[in-house]
Design a protein around this ligand. Sequence first.
Ligand SMILES: Cc1cc2nc3c(=O)[nH]c(=O)nc-3n(C[C@H](O)[C@H](O)[C@H](O)COP(=O)(O)OP(=O)(O)OC[C@H]3O[C@@H](n4cnc5c(N)ncnc54)[C@H](O)[C@@H]3O)c2cc1C
Length: 435
Amino acid sequence: MNICIIGAGITGLAAGHKLSKLGHKVSIFESASFSGGQASTIKIDNFEIEKAYHHLFATDKSILKLYKELGISDELTWYKSSVATYAENKIWKTSSPVDLLKLSLIPFSERVKLFIVSIRLKLLTNWKKLENETAYSWLSKKVSNKTFEIIFKPLLKGKFGRYYDKIPMPWFWSKVQTRVSSRNYKLQEVLCYPNNSFSNLISNLERSIKENKGQIFFNKKVTKIISKSNKIDSINVQDADSVTENIKFDIVISTVPYNVLDKLTHISDPLKDSMSKVDYMSAIVMILILNEKVTNYYWLSIADNEFPFLGLIEHTNLIPKSFYADNNILYITNYVENDNSLLELDYKELLDLYLPYLKKINNKFSTNWIKDYRFNKINYAQPIFPVNYSSIKIPLKLPLQGLYSANTAQIYPEDRGTNYSVAIAEKITKLIQNN
Ligand SMILES: Cc1cc2nc3c(=O)[nH]c(=O)nc-3n(C[C@H](O)[C@H](O)[C@H](O)COP(=O)(O)OP(=O)(O)OC[C@H]3O[C@@H](n4cnc5c(N)ncnc54)[C@H](O)[C@@H]3O)c2cc1C
């Protein structure tokens, strides 16, 4: 089959790798000048690092299997993570269940309750039982008002902005599942990170596609998917000089968000209506290369809605500094609504806004610590689903013959991640093979 894949993110590359290996003629069109999409990396000095922090969990079986298949699994290393929460002007260690029981931020009886709630959620296999509730309403009923107001409400508001009370409960359930399953026998969370970043996975997928006679075209934006008699006919592709070319294909796999796909081809109701129910938030990620560490934790969630950011991810508190010429690498992360004014700020303006809050976390923090920086805004970073999404979830195979869609909004109830991108690429490959 002559297959077009729209997008060279992990989904597009994994699908391209699998389909080209099976003998299909694969062409990937990527609007950016690089592959990897949300998991893409950048070079800083002599090292490579993700534009947005990335790690893998023990439950990420599909991507771990892909590393093996590509013969690069020896570069995967497991590290003990350290997690904390900033609340009530203090950093609280929340790495393990024992830390939770010691969390004097809330009364002891509440800590026990919280512990039991998390165990119950972990043991619950039928997440559909939680489907018609939001995380906000479910948690507000299961924990005391104080715990909810100090911890969960600010965390939900910080992560989801105006959607804070609309997030379906299965999202929270899936977070508990992955985080609890990634604990070792000492109940310590362990996370996986490839030596020298995800760039080697990306380049190995590219290499495999090319070895199997596939092609990847950069700076090529797909502007239209054309069908004839309800069957895929061709696509229009625009290059960097706005020159459009029409190319024939038997199959088109779209890995772009629904509202982009909706503009490329005619999607009829009820699918169009379902697609319009998925919203997306953008991410603003600042990388600071520092000569000092800010905290002792890899992951610091901020449960204080006065803060203009959502969390600090101190990469070098997970991965040894020796990989990064002994620098400290800090990601300052934020998820914002698409019309949020923070998206208009440049690095300098954002840093000025963040500075007083970085000092609240570590009063010694100084701009003199900053040796270098990178700054990224990522569209469609987090899909936002309505409650009972499984009843309207869009299938991978669309009603137009030869058209498939594999994007982050097809990952549910799990939160999107590179592992699930690989898993849906596998599913699409099977659908095409069995067709
Ligand atoms: C801040 C942040 C942190 C994350 N942390 C983790 C983590 O720790 N672990 C983890 O596993 N995952 C993490 N993820 C999620 C993970 O990166 C994504 O789920 C995954 O990379 C999505 O891959 P994708 O190929 O489906 O989509 P994308 O990466 O979005 O790829 C889609 C591609 O399509 C291209 N495109 C769009 N429109 C067109 C067009 N018209 N024509 C041609 N090309 C087009 C885009 O340029 C893009 O390259 C994180 C994501 C973010 C934003």
